[in-house]
Design a protein around this ligand. Structure first.
Ligand code: TXA
Ligand code: MG
Length: 320
């Protein structure tokens, strides 16, 4: 198992040696390596069992440093950068030659983010290279929002996990780029669509495709628990699975079902708060996945605020 701690200099030493470290961010935990060292980047793909056609996000400590890796931040993405960095926003930008092709899977754009977690920001500001960091989970599984989640799945493959507590936002960053002159959202995430619209006006939201994913994070089946995950009207699903005699657990926004055992129910936010629900979502999906039941029953959230990104993750978890 990995060592879990708050020692930035230990993390720094390992990263300088080309090793990988679990890092906290406000969205989810990342599996970080030196983005300018192709061996470290290759190790990230191998450790996650991630196909090399799925490019990585480059993390750095400031907007100024982003310019070391991209030729420009075109208008109006520059407005988003100055408004939302550091924060749960990833921009797809034209890359400079210094970024290894392995990071971008050969694409001419690189995904860049300035995260806002204080520990990781301190680490990034002390390093003289950026960190490539996908979410620290085996490819296709639920992203980690606690150091222990990283340790559970990758602890035998990495030496150190920097512990920054529970991720504040709990959903991966929103990925934004330009396509044919239009601001385009490639992945809904921790930065709300409306916040982006307020700065740049109307945006195009890419729908997922299983056949031709521009961004493999858009694969229909992703972020998935190992148990069947069924979406629908909870009352109906509960009655159907009770009748069939199939053991189930229930994931709801705030509703409690008093006639069911409390131990098989998780409410993501008892006060009906979408931000709180987002923060709790992935930990809840992991807990449900370990329960002694055959299926997980869940419902869609209101399509507003972070509810959109929550629904995106629920829908993809439900694709088997
Ligand atoms: O919140 C986050 O973004 C977290 C934390 C650790 O920063 N990272 C994360 O990374 O979610 P990952 O690798 O799990 O997801 C990154 C997504 C992938 O779906 C990838 O396909 C897409 O970003 N991506 C990366 N570079 C891209 C590019 N040049 N063009 C299109 N999509 C890209
Ligand atoms: Mg991921």
């Amino acid at each position: 198992m990995a060592i879990i701690g708050k020692d930035i200099s230990e993390a720094k030493t390992l990263l300088q040696q080309g090793q990988l470290v679990g890092i906290p961010t406000e969205t989810v935990y990342g599996l970080a390596g030196n983005a300018l060292n192709p061996d470290a980047v290759a190790l990230i793909f191998a450790t996650k069992n991630r196909p090399d056609f799925d490019p990585l996000i480059l993390h750095t400590s400031s907007v100024e440093r982003v310019h070391e890796f991209v030729t420009q931040i075109p208008f109006p993405l520059d407005l988003l950068a100055s408004k939302f960095w550091p924060g749960p926003l990833t921009l797809l930008l034209p890359k400079k030659g210094i970024v290894p092709d392995l990071v971008t899977s050969g694409l001419d754009t690189v995904a860049v983010r300035v995260p806002s977690h204080p520990l990781t920001n301190k680490l990034l500001s002390e390093l003289d290279f950026p960190l490539a960091a996908p979410s620290a989970n085996p490819f296709g599984y639920i992203s980690p929002t606690k150091a222990s989640h990283v340790n559970d799945q990758l602890g035998d493959k990495i030496a150190y996990i920097l512990d920054g507590g529970s991720s504040e936002v709990g959903l991966e960053s929103t990925i934004v780029g330009m396509e044919e002159g239009e601001v385009t959202i490639y992945r809904l995430g921790g930065l709300e669509l409306n916040a982006i619209r307020e700065v740049v006006g109307e945006v195009k939201v890419m729908t997922h495709s299983s056949s031709n994913p521009k961004s493999p994070g858009m694969l229909k089946s992703h972020y998935s628990p190992t148990k069947p995950f069924i979406l629908g009207k909870l009352e109906e699903l509960i009655s159907e699975y009770s009748t069939k005699g199939i053991p189930f657990a229930v994931l709801s926004f705030h509703q409690k079902f008093p006639f069911l055992d409390q131990a098989i129910q998780i409410q993501l936010s008892q006060r009906g708060d979408l931000n709180e629900a987002a923060k709790n979502l992935f930990a809840a999906m992991r807990t449900l996945d370990t329960m002694d039941v055959s299926v997980i029953l869940a419902e869609l959230f209101p399509e507003e605020g972070l509810g959109r990104a929550i629904n995106d993750r629920l829908r993809r978890a439900a694709v088997q």
